[in-house]
Design a protein around this ligand. Structure first.
Ligand code: SDX
Length: 436
């Protein structure tokens, strides 16, 4: 970051002396006011619950221009990565800062492939869960449990450990998600197959059985690979900020990523794709497109607490570019599977059209986000609704690791420890229980 010639002066109406705060600029995007000395100079904190106006770190990984609806991974537009590259190239880009050439890609893919198996003991963790346990409960447990198996890569301050842990996590997440799915349907776990692509191997572990050969559908394989790319990273979202804050204590990468899985589960974040599909199914069950008007009135009624899931975003105040690409992927998959008339896809497109013409949404700059169409395409592929967020976690793991490693390698990083505006009781003494 560069010191800007712009300065910020903070003055107070109560006569307290004004102070000058440095302003820094990055390469693109908003400048920042450096408040690190504010408390020392004024005895005051800033106040920004939800961090709407707070840059918690500097980063060179992902940039979003919310007004333009632009998403860049290390400078490359998501539209180009999702159509001209695959997820393994995107992982290399996010982790190391560049798209690999042929030889580097082959070496990276081979390294990932040779870490896809998990320790045989991992299966016994699953046996402790009910068969109907939510996959995100299982994933939160399994990812944290990985730290019990890899003592040779848990020192977050050791660059070699960070590299091995990154590959292990990227490689093993598909295996764990597929194990959670197989466990829920009572089928045997399928081991990874190294002769398949990353996406193809995931489909195989999900849908193959030991009883017969499984052929990967190339259209579905491409769609899943693109879904992974679209979900790979997204600046300092809630789960990435969780991973950074958790990792700032020096805990091992597996524990930090498990914290990210837990945060992503929430319906306001990664859980929105599951909630969005449930919303579409409920509208469909209550009458479909004819009921959309009634549903929209509920959404606009503040007291209903009903939201149009898959719509709106803290940063995008324009169309989420991932939603556009996801809709295209939806079309391709439904076409390939002969499901062009999928009623939920038609319903989603009708909802989107109505919302984008309704002042409630237009005035609040609410547009479809990545979760609006992702559920429809995953459901068409045969992925159960409850597993959608697990797949989001699988894809976001590379982003979480890249962001965690960027933080740890920053010599300026410290353990995160926000302060507060205290509104509770001033000091008071305990009274004997007989007098309370
Ligand atoms: C993801 O941060 C990321 O980058 C996340 C993510 C990533 O890749 O990591 O992009 C992934 O989490 C996408 C978002 C998925 N969540 C949903 O689709 C859930 C539905 N969306 C909303 O909950 C909401 O839009 C948020 C949480 C996404 C953003 O909320 P903000 O930025 O805190 O905005 P807000 O709640 O203050 O909303 C502003 C106004 C409010 O109305 P008013 O109080 O001004 O009258 O817009 C309304 C909100 O009620 N609003 C919605 C709405 N989203 C916002 N009203 C109806 N339906 C919605 N979906």
């Amino acid at each position: 970051m560069k010191l800007s010639d712009n300065k910020a002066t903070l003055s107070f109406s109560n006569g307290r002396p004004a102070i000058e705060l440095p302003v820094y600029s990055g390469n693109i995007g908003p400048e920042v006011i450096d408040i690190r000395k504010l408390y020392g100079q004024t005895g005051m904190f800033t106040y920004d619950p939800g961090f709407l106006s707070t840059a918690a770190c500097q980063s060179a990984i992902t940039f979003i221009d919310g007004d333009k609806g632009e998403l860049l991974y290390r400078g490359y537009p998501i539209e180009q990565l999702a159509t001209q590259c695959d997820f393994m190239e995107t992982c290399h880009l996010l982790l190391y800062g560049n798209l690999p050439g042929v030889a580097d890609k082959a070496a990276f893919v081979k390294n990932v492939k040779y870490h896809t198996m998990v320790n045989e003991q991992m299966q016994f963790f699953l046996r402790g869960f009910r068969r109907d346990a939510h996959p995100m409960a299982i994933m939160t447990g399994l990812v944290g449990a990985l730290s019990a198996f890899y003592h040779d890569s848990t020192d977050i301050n050791n660059a070699e450990h960070r590299e091995v842990a990154a590959i292990r996590l990227i490689a093993k997440m598909p295996t764990l998600v597929a194990m959670a799915y197989k466990y829920s349907i009572g089928q045997p776990f399928m081991y990874p197959k190294n002769d398949l692509s990353y996406a193809g191997n995931f489909l195989h572990m999900m849908f193959a059985t030991p009883c017969e050969p499984y052929v990967v559908n190339p259209v579905i394989e491409r769609a899943i690979d693109r879904i992974f790319t679209l979900h790979a990273d997204h600046e300092q979202n809630a789960s990435t900020s969780t991973v950074r804050l958790c990792g700032s204590s020096g805990t091992n990468p597996f524990a930090a990523i498990a914290a990210g899985v837990a945060c992503l589960w929430g319906p306001a974040h990664g859980g929105a794709n599951e909630a969005c599909l449930q919303m579409l199914e409920e509208i469909q069950a209550s009458g479909g497109i004819s009921k959309v008007g009634e549903f929209m009135n509920q959404v606009k009624d503040k007291n209903s607490n009903v939201k149009l899931m898959g719509f709106g975003h803290r940063v995008y105040k324009n169309y989420d570019p991932r939603a556009t690409l996801m809709q295209e992927t939806c079309n391709e998959v439904l076409e390939a599977l002969g499901l062009q008339d999928d009623p939920l896809f038609k319903l989603a497109k009708a909802l989107e059209k109505i919302a984008l013409e309704d002042d409630y949404f237009v005035s609040r700059k609410l547009y479809p986000n990545v979760d609006f169409y992702s559920g429809i395409v995953q459901r068409a592929i045969g992925i159960p609704v409850k597993l959608f967020t697990g797949i989001f976690a699988l894809a976001r793991t590379v982003g979480w690791i890249a962001q965690l490693n960027e933080m740890i390698s920053d010599p300026e990083y410290k353990i995160g420890r926000p302060r507060q505006l205290f509104t509770g009781s001033p000091r008071r003494d305990v009274m004997a229980i007989a007098k309370r």
